[in-house]
Design a protein around this ligand. Structure first.
Ligand code: SF4
Length: 282
């Protein structure tokens, strides 16, 4: 048995079995990343797709994902690699890539406009050691490093990775404890702390997916954007917020897509407090 301290769940993992995220195991009484270097997705994406709107706009970034996630969002768009039965199958067939191979690949794709490596698709921090080792090599080569995360890792993980990461998109999925706890299986206060610390290390942008009947009120957006307005990126600029539209997916098919007018209206509300607000999936 070993206790994992990577995220707020603090799983106790039995020898040879997996933690809640499906990405970490216990061996000889120690927790190890079971998904280290095991890649399920690799693509050269426009950086705006991460989404990052104010970090090297117009560039491309080599985006890599593994498997496993520590939240249980019922509308997950990447359930095939995060926490479904399909994700378990993917875990068994994932290809292994070393940090050096990935850094070299990123370097070789510079000619296609690539500026670095983005750790994304599944929750990258449940396998933070691979992020750390790869990001260190990428930085040696003058490449940029990007993390797309749900912001639920422990502060110690963030402090270890922070100096190696140039930009992050972090989910701030809503602004009520109820939604984080009952619908997503997370802890809002912990995510807010993560965001505050992340802004000390890297350029950050935040993403809120608007789900009808859950987090789509003007009051909630007003409160959320007021809190974001108090944050600053390392360059002193205000933190951008991406407000995106929900589509029925995976285990949340009991409601329709978010009306486009709701997304636009909530973006207007956020602009009462924020300089940079973007809408997505509209
Ligand atoms: S990272 Fe995974 S194994 Fe570790 S505490 Fe979180 S859910 Fe559990």
């Amino acid at each position: 048995m070993a206790e994992c301290g990577v995220c707020f769940r603090h799983c106790t993992i039995r020898e040879g079995s997996l933690g809640f995220c499906g990405a970490r195991t216990a061996k000889d009484g120690r927790v190890e990343p079971y998904n280290y270097g095991r890649i399920t997705s690799l693509a050269l994406d426009p950086i705006e797709k991460k989404p990052l709107a104010r970090f090297f706009p117009g560039s491309m970034i080599l985006s890599v994902g593994s498997f496993g996630c520590n939240l249980r969002c019922p509308f997950c768009q990447n359930y095939g690699i995060s926490w479904s039965d399909e994700a378990k199958r993917q875990a068994e067939t994932a290809e292994t890539v070393s940090p050096r191979e990935l850094a070299e690949l990123a370097e070789r794709t510079r000619f296609r406009g690539n500026i670095g490596i983005a750790f994304t698709y599944n929750e990258p921090l449940v396998g933070y050691e691979f992020v750390r080792d790869t990001a260190a090599l990428a930085k040696e080569r003058g490449l940029k490093t990007v993390l797309v995360t749900n912001g639920t890792a422990d502060q110690t993980v963030l402090e270890e990775l922070g100096p190696l990461i140039d930009a992050m998109n972090i989910d701030l999925k809503g602004f009520t404890d109820r939604y984080y706890k009952d619908v997503l299986g997370g802890d809002r206060t912990q995510v807010m702390r993560f965001i505050e610390t992340a802004a000390e290390y890297a350029h950050i942008e935040l993403t809120t997916l608007i789900v009808p009947g859950e987090n789509d009120s003007e009051e909630e957006m007003r409160e959320l954007s007021r809190w974001v307005a108090a944050l600053r990126n390392p360059d002193g600029e205000s933190v951008p917020l991406h407000i995106s539209r929900f589509f029925p997916r995976f285990r949340m098919t009991d409601r329709g897509a978010t009306p486009v007018r709701t997304v636009y209206r909530l973006a207007e509300v956020a602009r009462e407090n924020l300089a940079y607000v973007y809408t997505g999936n509209c």
